[in-house]
Design a protein around this ligand. Structure first.
Ligand code: RIB
Length: 307
């Protein structure tokens, strides 16, 4: 079983579906309200655990009811939580509107997530050779940098899901983690609005692999001047795309930790992302390893039957 350490955010998601998403300044009447478990870090941790990894989560929640609910949900997935900090700030909350094609708008109050400091990480003895450390950008950048650097120096493989979109400082790029931006995050990460030249610039300044996620279109793997495409999968249902990127990152980490090569891990992460969008909330549609394996087996058969 591969070992994955996730350093990232833990939120509670307050979600309303609507026939269309509001424009700035507009109010639309929505459908039912639902509370879901969320946070890009915690979502990725769940995706990795369901894919079969042994997962440790490093993050922070408040000493409030949302903090309890969030930790109970992670514990139920078998995720190791002994290094989670409880702080005086409230647990992170995301306000999410979901439109008719599963698209969303999200505003996050980071709360406790913003309190996670580099000195809270305690990565000694945790992130070593064979482990994969995955971080995202809903926590402070110095904490992300320290986590990636410590893990890389200890011989662990590192992944940075640069979400939500932020410019990536050169000391982060110097670490050489695998990056998993979507197209928007790619352009923001390097400050260049054109995705093609942004990718060229990023792969010049960053010595690790860059995997640009493209939803149903799959993913583009770029390393230096080399590019290769990993085709996506048609999602059986699209209900809510919230958490699809987190699923991709978590499953990628789990598959690399179990020793699969990058191409194989990307295929599995693409498959998991296609399944994740099939149910409401960020985590409900994330597949178990069995569900993922049988989905991929069917998808491959469908391809070879067409051939
Ligand atoms: O990526 C989806 C997540 O972003 C949601 O769960 C929400 O909490 C925000 O962090």
């Amino acid at each position: 079983m591969g070992r994955v350490i996730v350093v990232g955010s833990i939120n509670v998601d307050l979600v309303v579906t609507a026939d269309r998403l509001p424009a700035p300044g507009e109010t639309v009447l929505g459908g039912r309200f639902a509370q879901h478990h969320g946070g890009k870090g915690a979502n990725a941790a769940v995706a990795a655990a369901r894919a079969g990894a042994s997962v440790t989560m490093l993050g922070a929640v408040g000493r409030d009811a949302f903090g309890e609910v969030a930790l109970e949900a992670l514990s139920a997935e078998g995720i190791e939580l002994t290094r989670i900090r409880r702080v005086d700030e409230p647990t992170g909350v995301a306000l999410i509107a979901v439109g008719p094609r599963g698209e969303n708008q999200i505003v996050v109050a980071p709360g406790a997530n913003a309190e996670l400091r580099p000195e809270d990480l305690g990565l000694d003895g945790l992130a070593g050779r064979g482990a994969v450390l995955l971080a995202n950008l809903e926590i402070p950048m110095p904490t992300v940098t320290a986590a990636l650097r410590t893990a890389a120096e200890a011989g662990a493989r590192t992944i940075l899901d640069p979400a939500p979109a932020r410019a990536l400082p050169s000391d982060v790029l110097a670490i050489g983690a695998i990056l998993t931006p979507n197209e928007h995050e790619l352009t923001v990460s390097i400050g260049n609005d054109d995705p093609v030249s942004a990718l060229a610039e990023l792969t010049q300044r960053h010595r690790g692999a860059v995997i640009v996620t493209q939803g149903p279109a799959g993913a583009l793997l770029a390393h230096g001047d080399v590019r290769s495409r990993s085709p996506g999968f048609v999602a059986p249902r699209v209900v809510d795309t919230t958490g699809a990127g987190d699923t991709f990152a978590g499953v990628l980490a789990a598959c690399l930790a179990e020793g699969r090569d990058l191409d194989d891990a990307i295929t599995m992460a693409n498959g998991a992302g296609a399944l994740a969008v099939g149910a409401p909330g960020a985590r409900q549609g994330m597949p178990s390893r069995g569900e993922l394996d049988s989905f991929l087996a069917t998808a491959e058969r469908a391809l070879s039957e067409e051939d």
